[in-house]
Design a protein around this ligand. Structure first.
Ligand SMILES: Cc1cc2nc3c(=O)[nH]c(=O)nc-3n(C[C@H](O)[C@H](O)[C@H](O)COP(=O)(O)OP(=O)(O)OC[C@H]3O[C@@H](n4cnc5c(N)ncnc54)[C@H](O)[C@@H]3O)c2cc1C
Length: 239
């Protein structure tokens, strides 16, 4: 991982070496498109003997003494020893378990885009300060990277794609170096931007109700600020 300062030259101010897996030598962190991760998980699950069914939405569950019954939109999916809700931040298994807590906004929002990767980008780099809280990118392939810009949360959800791209171009002007290429891709219409708010939550108490249990973001999530969620007063000073 590298750290750069804002400004037209975007000087590299620090480089930190990622650890490697002691046996395989594989890197401890990498970027990839989510669809690739899903494909890899799917293939391994099938190879391990799992039966995967798509388009079956869980809407409710009933805990019996010796089993848990899973209710889908149309009918019951049968009784099982255990139901694991790994269905993300807006988990329906969580609500079916009667747990009312859920994600809370942190006040930050993030623009994200898949763009082309300039040759000089060899690792994740973060720019702290400048007009936004964080600007950065992570390589996702030989020619691609994932660029992101974190600023105050706004209601940008209904923006037209062109207007959204233009806003990212304007908001990112304080960041030079490889961000020039990000702006070039957005200007050429070669990348689409996505916007979401940062949220956080931890389900208090137990993460199971009988034989139903939640894991992952369904149970806990933190904003992806890489341990840099500063109090607001600090953030203002930082910028
Ligand atoms: C802006 C942003 C940036 C992030 N950046 C990073 C990062 O750089 N590195 C990192 O490690 N983490 C990052 N995270 C966090 C990471 O994405 C999550 O912690 C992680 O994806 C949680 O995994 P999960 O399997 O619990 O949930 P998810 O990844 O949300 O997966 C849940 C899955 O369940 C499926 N699903 C939902 N409901 C049902 C249903 N009823 N039936 C069947 N399937 C269902 C969904 O389609 C989804 O595929 C980021 C998060 C955000 C918001």
């Amino acid at each position: 991982m590298g750290l750069r300062a804002p400004g037209p030259e975007a000087p590299v101010i620090a480089r930190m070496k990622d650890g490697e897996h002691p046996q395989t030598g594989l890197p401890s962190a990498m970027g990839m498109p989510r669809a690739e991760l899903t494909r890899i998980l799917y293939e391994h699950a099938v190879r391990a003997g799992a039966h995967v069914k798509f388009g079956r939405r869980v809407v409710d569950l009933i805990n019996h003494e010796d089993s848990v019954e899973v209710i889908l939109e149309a009918d019951s999916a049968g009784r099982y020893d255990l139901l694991i809700g790994a269905d993300g931040i807006h988990s329906t298994v969580r609500s079916a378990m009667g747990i009312e807590s859920g994600p809370e906004r942190t006040g930050m929002g993030i623009w994200r885009a898949f763009v082309s990767r300039p040759a000089e980008v060899e690792c994740t780099e973060l720019y702290y300060g400048g007009p936004c809280y964080i600007a950065g990118y992570t390589p996702t392939g030989h020619d691609s990277m994932y660029a992101f810009l974190v600023s105050d949360a706004q209601d940008h959800f209904e923006m037209r794609p062109d207007d959204a791209a233009q806003l990212v171009i304007e908001q990112s002007r304080g960041y030079g170096g490889p961000w020039e290429q990000v702006r070039a891709d957005l200007t050429a219409g070669a990348a689409q931007v996505n916007y979401t708010w940062f949220t956080k939550h931890v389900v208090p108490g137990q993460w199971n109700r009988g034989r139903a249990v939640i894991i992952g973001d369904a149970a806990h999530s933190c904003p992806p600020t890489i341990a840099q969620e500063l109090p607001r007063a600090w953030r203002m000073r930082w910028c």
